[in-house]
Design a protein around this ligand. Structure first.
Ligand SMILES: Nc1ncnc2c1ncn2[C@@H]1O[C@H](COP(=O)(O)OP(=O)(O)OP(=O)(O)O)[C@@H](O)[C@H]1O
Ligand SMILES: [Mg+2]
Length: 411
């Protein structure tokens, strides 16, 4: 477990080691859910992302996940300060999801805004989807049979989740005054600014945060002067900044999903909604589509054409599930967003989704945060994987469609 203390003290106590976590949990009244005495509680750190620290505390009576937002980007340190109140955005999204899609999210306790801590259900019996995707490919490379994932079912869960969350928080279900109030309470300016930087701006120009493999140098530098692409990215930035349609997760990639062996409804969990805000509905689906395409390309690169198709099938199945829920609810609407009819509204969400899939893909190839699906491929396969992704991404961003999408036009 990491024991390095940050150099600059935060204005609140940070959880660093086992004793910090245990005394926090005891002080906040959680001990009875874990053990009869504090000595019985063990703690392991599972921090994996860039932003926060996460610990699992376990005892004879149960276990809990403990997530704390430091006042900076965890992976960088005090030199990159960022508002820890992002944990309040995460808690707000979870509170809504507890009503709208309870089976698809962890159960969460009330957020502690003195210590910026969220205590929630321990999901460590499940696996992060990205890790399973990487393992499937590693197994194939090693000549072993990969574990099976039901990608159709996965897509359906994500599509339903996106529909439940966004319909209930859009003008389809909310009166204009309630919608306007939600836009204000769900505002998440610092993390939205981070998305603008990391996804919509920096990957398209020389910037110290960017990196790419040498074989992609020509393609990446060509992007910086590709006026058609840059204009289309500008359009996506505008959609992000102005299309305050509904509460969205905001970071729905395969590192924000867990899958596993629980009974059907509980077997897929969506977590980490700290980027949540009232934004374009298509963004969550688009991020999911990009990351499933990345996974599909990775499978193609190791010669697993069947697995590549299965992985890609989660894209239409998520859209179908999204449309099914929306179509069911539409007759009960209180209003039409922007006065659009159902078909036009869905078509706009869909083209937004492909555009966001495009910018998400570019940042995974030429921005700060790449995808393990590609970085863990056999070295000889990596350049072709990135090149394939960039070609698709450019078309998605410019056209808002996918030329291989068999469900295109079948709303
Ligand atoms: N409720 C939970 N139960 C078990 N493990 C969890 C839980 N929440 C998070 N984790 C583990 O901790 C890791 C980091 O969690 P999370 O993605 O929420 O943190 P983050 O710092 O916000 O990440 P990012 O920088 O990607 O936004 C996850 O990948 C997962 O392995
Ligand atoms: Mg996060």
């Amino acid at each position: 477990m990491t024991t390095t203390a940050p150099q600059t003290p935060a204005a609140y106590d940070l959880l660093v080691d086992r004793d910090d976590v245990v005394s926090y949990l005891v002080g906040a009244g959680y001990l009875p859910r874990l053990a009869a005495s504090a000595e019985q509680v063990t703690v392991r750190e599972v921090t994996a992302g860039n932003m926060n620290r996460v610990f699992i505390a376990s005892g004879p009576l149960g276990s809990l996940a403990v997530k704390q937002a430091p006042p900076w980007v965890q992976a960088v340190g005090p030199e990159w300060p960022i508002d820890p109140n992002r944990i309040a955005s995460e808690a707000r999204a979870y509170a809504m999801l507890a009503d709208l899609a309870p089976a698809s999210v962890p159960t969460v306790d009330p957020v502690d805004l003195d210590r910026y801590v969220l205590v929630m259900e321990d999901l460590s019996d499940l696996d992060v989807l990205r890790d399973v995707l990487v393992r499937q490919v590693a197994d194939i490379v090693a000549g072993a049979a990969p574990v099976a994932i039901d990608f159709d079912a996965l897509g359906a869960v994500v599509g339903r989740f996106s529909a439940e969350l966004t319909l209930a928080t859009s003008l389809v279900a909310l009166a204009p005054a309630a919608h306007a109030a939600l836009i204000e309470t769900a505002a998440n300016p610092e993390l939205c600014a981070l998305t603008v930087d990391a996804v919509l701006d920096e990957p398209y120009r020389l910037n110290d945060h960017n990196h790419w493999i040498p074989e992609l140098d020509g393609e990446v530098r060509a992007m910086y002067t590709d006026t058609e692409l840059l204009a289309a990215v500008g359009h996506v930035r505008e959609i992000f900044a102005t299309r305050a349609e509904a509460l969205i997760h905001g970071d729905l990639h395969s590192g924000s999903l867990m899958i596993g062996e629980r009974e059907a409804e509980q077997a897929t969990k969506i977590f980490d909604p700290e980027f949540s805000f009232v934004g374009p509905i298509g963004m969550d689906l688009g991020l999911f589509w990009a990351n499933l395409t990345i996974a599909s390309i990775a499978a193609t690169q190791v010669g697993a054409a069947g697995l590549a198709r299965e992985r890609a099938s989660a894209i239409p199945s998520s859209w179908d599930a999204f449309v099914t829920v929306v179509t069911e609810r539409w007759p009960h609407r209180v209003g039409e967003p922007d006065g659009l009819d159902l078909e036009t509204w869905l078509a706009r969400i869909r083209s937004d989704a492909w555009r966001f899939a495009g910018v998400e893909s570019v940042r995974r190839a030429a921005g700060y945060s790449h995808a393990a699906d590609f970085t863990t491929l056999p070295a000889a396969r990596i350049p072709a994987a990135y090149a394939d992704l960039l070609v698709r991404a450019r078309a998605w961003i410019i056209t808002g469609t996918d030329s291989t999408d068999s469900t295109e036009g079948t709303l």
